[in-house]
Design a protein around this ligand. Sequence first.
Ligand code: ZN
Length: 246
Amino acid sequence: MIFIDTHLHLDERIMDSINKLSPNYGIIIGTDKQSNEEAIKFCMGKNNFFYTLGIHPSEASNYSNSDLEFILDNVSTSVAIGEIGLDYYWKNDNKEEQKELFEKQIKIAIDNNKPIVIHNREATDDIYNILKKYDERLKIIFHCFTYGKHELELLLNLNCKFGIGGPITYPKNEELREAIKLLPIDRILLETDSPYLSPQEKRKELNTPLNIPLIARKIAEIKEITEEEVITKTTLNAIAWFDLKV
Ligand SMILES: [Zn+2]
């Protein structure tokens, strides 16, 4: 049973674990100029890693046009544009700049027929309204879905899948687990967001892509299906959605 961690970040402190991921697969996520460059370099010559390119909303007031040009120059070998989106938790005095950067990258994705990986913090309504404008032409991944039924029902209207990770194991997230019961397995992708958001039983350690089975186990428990079924189906979902050459 092969799994795919659809969302991880390169980090010096977890490189040993990342290098042990084979025969499983991982998608390295870019967030700014430097991480985009590092993702490309890391994936070169490796069959079990892919990368996305994007500028995170936290960079909305700092990025330069050459950062976007870099994405354009390398988009053909990426599997998605991301992570991109809106983050009103971190900073909410530059909403217009965030939206402008978000839409510029949505257009790159559409022009190049790539899915988009969405970062959303306290910005569900604005993200929904922007995506709705382009929906038919987009394949969307809501990375790190941590909301409840209300948001889920809204977002399910879009052409999207949901990245589910460590937060489903946290004791306080009962509403999230209730939402996952309503989420069809064919809309789920597994992700760790390493090195962040370690599953509950590893909460004191940095997260690594090797923790994907802990997330699959929790989804299996919530949905009353087997862990094998969760892994098999979500692996196929990821291959299809990101058009992975595996
Ligand atoms: Zn991330």
